[in-house]
Design a protein around this ligand. Structure first.
Ligand code: NAD
Length: 501
């Protein structure tokens, strides 16, 4: 497209904004106003090549920088980010639409990963076996993998980049980040902050773009590893393409998260949880609860409690103290709203209709209010698809076994929750479900930064979860050294192990 605005967001290469060669741009909207607020450059393959060249040139010095130097950068970065988080939250709300409190929550979770990355001196200590054979020591160290490509989705424009680049950089890698073109400004803001915190130019680059930019990263011979988060079809494609080009890949995909409510649960707690987890960030969260599995005997009461709470939610401009903001684009809003027609056609009951909401904000915003659909048939697309909006489905089940059966039949396996006061049932649940992250009376079980984040089945491709120990392992590779020193004063050389082993 041709830009209608003079405000064009550049790439960030070699420590500064960079226009690149491509003249392609894409619009960036303010979803609460429904208007374009700026444009963003769309990189060509050659532009991506320049960013990779910058990261490649910066690699030797950064890889060889002392652990203390890298840690000091992270500490300063953490302090600056914490001090300026309100500024970043404003950017998130303006481009994504999520309310300011959700934006603050996203930044808080990102900060946790920066704090985890500060433990790099401890993580890279390695292992040492003295005298594995007489006079022979064996030790293992972990080194950076090289230039890392990070490709991120629109729904957490600060947190998901922060899941990866602090750990990658702390471990001595250099980075080319390709954020979502729908809300790209947060990535430039973070890259500029990193320079201010003392990061050498070229260690963290940002290229903006779409499939063309992603494809260029996936096949570039100087990119050693790819971290991806996004929808399942693209995650599968990224995994297969990057692996075919000899890269290590972690690719996190989509989700359809269930919450099973047993009859002995605290129904007020469960209703609060369903509303928070269903409609926070307008349901545009990969850990959002999308389906409540309500056991028949308590289903009517639970649905009434959820609907009552939804009546108290204020949908509107996230800058005006509302509870829920708009969706990311008009097209996505229309796709999500279309599921209400599907629900009606498939015989489900629309208990709360978000299309009727009058938002607190501009008429042209990409609005859809919180929506509750009961008695959703499991054959319906409303049940099967990842809707990724403020639509909560209720499926009624006979009991625990039927609930677990449905959860395990889902192609996705990102998050799941059980609400119960029965410890034995909770324990059985945790053992039986084929899901990567499980909440017991916790609706959004996102692990803290010193554990790792990731689902199972079609919610992840590759075996490396994000951040925590798995993230550290992904961004480093091990060297094992077997060492012997001649020491004549202690009997000279031992020629046994390792030659004969
Ligand atoms: P998306 O898959 O459309 O885009 C993700 C990234 O891939 C973006 O940077 C985009 O530019 C790029 N991309 C899009 N189409 C491409 C193509 N054809 N070829 C190559 N690259 C392409 O996802 P989205 O709409 O930005 O984000 C929402 C999705 O992300 C949801 O499915 C959500 O569940 C998922 N998500 C998953 C997690 C997780 O941890 N599992 C976390 C956040 C979001």
């Amino acid at each position: 497209m041709t830009s209608t605005t003079t405000d064009i967001l550049d790439h960030w290469v070699d420590g500064k904004p960079w226009a690149g060669e491509s003249d392609r741009v894409a619009p960036v909207f303010d979803p609460a106003l429904g208007t374009q607020q700026r444009a963003v450059r769309m990189a060509s393959a050659a532009d991506v090549g320049s960013a990779v060249a910058s990261a490649t040139a910066a690699l030797p010095a950064w890889r060889d920088a002392s652990v203390a130097t890298r840690s000091r950068f992270l500490l300063t970065f953490r302090e600056l980010l914490n001090a300026r988080k309100d500024e970043l939250a404003q950017i998130l709300t303006a481009e994504h639409g999520k309310v300011l409190s959700d934006a603050a929550g996203e930044i808080a979770r990102g900060l946790e990963v920066v704090e985890f990355a500060l433990s790099m001196p401890h993580l890279t200590k390695g292992e040492f076996s003295q005298n594995a054979s007489t006079g022979v020591d064996v030790y293992s160290v972990r080194e950076p993998v090289g230039v890392v490509g990070i490709i991120t989705p629109f729904n957490f424009p600060a947190m998901v980049p922060l899941w990866f680049f602090p750990i990658a950089i702390a471990a001595g890698n250099t980075v080319v980040l390709k954020p979502s073109e729908k809300d790209p400004s947060a990535s430039n803001w973070l890259a500029a902050l990193a320079i201010e915190a003392g990061l050498p130019a070229g260690v963290l680059n940002v290229v903006h773009g779409d499939k063309e930019a992603v494809d260029a990263l996936l096949v570039h011979p100087d990119v050693a590893a790819i971290s991806f988060v996004g929808s399942t079809p693209i995650a599968r494609y990224v995994y297969q393409t990057a692996a075919a080009h000899d890269k290590r890949v972690q690719a996190l995909g989509g989700a359809k998260n269930h919450m099973l409510v047993l009859p002995d649960a605290d129904l007020d707690l469960a209703a609060d949880a369903a509303v928070n987890a269903g409609f926070g960030s307008a349901g545009e969260r990969c850990m959002a609860v999308s389906v409540v599995l309500a056991v028949d005997s308590v289903a009517d009461e639970l649905v009434a409690k959820i609907a009552e709470r939804m009546g108290g939610l204020r949908t509107g401009d996230g800058r005006r103290g509302c509870d829920m903001g708009p969706l990311i684009t008009r097209a996505h809003r229309d796709t999500v709203a279309g599921y209400l027609d599907v629900a009606a056609r498939d015989g489900a009951d629309i208990v709360v209709d978000g299309r009727a909401v009058r938002p607190d904000g501009a008429a042209d915003g990409f609005w859809l209010g919180p929506t509750l659909i009961d008695n959703v048939p499991t054959g319906s697309q409303v049940y099967r698809d990842e809707i990724f909006g403020p639509v909560l489905s209720v499926v009624r089940v006979g009991g625990f076994e039927q609930g677990v059966e449905l959860i395990n039949a889902s192609p996705y396996g990102n998050g799941v929750a059980i609400f119960t006061n029965d410890g034995g049932a909770a324990r059985r649940f945790q053992r039986q479900v084929t899901v990567g992250m499980i909440g017991v009376n916790v609706p959004i079980p996102v692990p803290v930064a010193y554990h790792s984040f990731g689902g199972w089945k079609a919610s992840i491709f590759g075996d490396a979860k994000a951040y925590g120990p798995a993230g550290f392992a992904f961004f480093t590779r091990e060297k094992a050294v077997t060492s012997r020193w001649l020491d004549p004063s202690h009997g000279g050389i031992n020629l046994g192990f390792p030659q004969n082993s």
